[in-house]
Design a binder for this molecule. Structure first.
Ligand SMILES: [Zn+2]
Ligand SMILES: [Zn+2]
Length: 239
């Protein structure tokens, strides 16, 4: 390792170790991931539904769900499957105060954005209710969105959407309940920010897409042209 790199590593200690295995890493690595962990991460590489990003095995363009239902977002993509070390890393990010993980996560997501040729005018995020924000101290989706906007050099819209009601976490509900749990809980405060724009909506996990869809509905109501959703991880749901 070069002297300068060593010096930089002292200044930015988060670059020192792999976020997945804690092994020391020596090269300049925006993902904070060692080579062996990187090669084993559950990247989504399979063919996916043109809309929701669920993997599909058939020749169809859309999955069964998207063929039968109209969604408000235009396209949703995630970097990883929500499993293994990705699952545990997200838990650390959200619940164990490992706030710094937003940086490598956002770099993975920015790569995905480029890979998918998303073309967005503004970046925003799925809000959390203010009581939860006070408890956690940060909204993980906001941290990701802000960093992605910085990396891609796209304007970031802060506090554009609010969550008006506290809801039961989607993970604790079944598929049907998840669809109604979030109806009318999101409100757009800065509708001008979205008018005639292609909006990148950022969140950490895509589960049934209900959260993304309900936010996207409000964004579209504000006159947005298209809504692209980008999440770090994608849950494979059993309906
Ligand atoms: Zn590692
Ligand atoms: Zn689909």
């Amino acid at each position: 390792m070069k002297i300068l790199d060593k010096f930089l590593n002292i200044l930015y200690p988060e670059n020192l170790t792999c976020v997945f295995c804690d092994e020391e890493i020596f090269d300049d690595n925006k993902f904070n991931t060692c080579e062996s962990c990187y090669n084993n991460l559950p990247f989504i590489k399979e063919k996916v539904c043109a809309r929701c990003g669920d993997p599909i095995k058939s020749m169809a363009t859309y999955c069964d769900r998207c063929q039968n239902k109209k969604f408000f977002y235009d396209k949703a993509r995630s970097v990883f499957y929500y499993k293994d070390e990705i699952r545990s890393c997200i838990k650390r990010f959200k619940f164990d105060g490992c706030k710094y993980l937003y940086k490598p996560f956002a770099n993975f997501m920015a790569e995905k954005y480029k890979e998918e040729n998303f073309d967005c005018d503004v970046v925003t995020y799925v809000p959390i209710h203010e009581t939860r924000l006070k408890m956690r101290g940060y909204n993980q989706a906001e941290l990701l969105a802000k960093e992605i906007a910085k990396i891609l050099n796209i304007p970031f819209v802060e506090e554009a959407i609010i969550k008006t009601k506290k809801t039961i976490p989607q993970a604790e509900l079944d598929y049907k309940q998840r669809q109604t749990n979030l109806v009318d809980v999101f409100k757009v405060k800065k509708s001008n920010a979205f008018k005639n724009k292609n909006v990148l909506l950022v969140d950490d996990i895509f589960t049934t897409g209900a959260t993304i869809n309900n936010c996207a509905r409000e964004i579209k109501k504000s006159g947005a042209n298209k809504v692209f959703a980008l999440t770090f991880a994608h849950t494979i749901i059993e309906e």
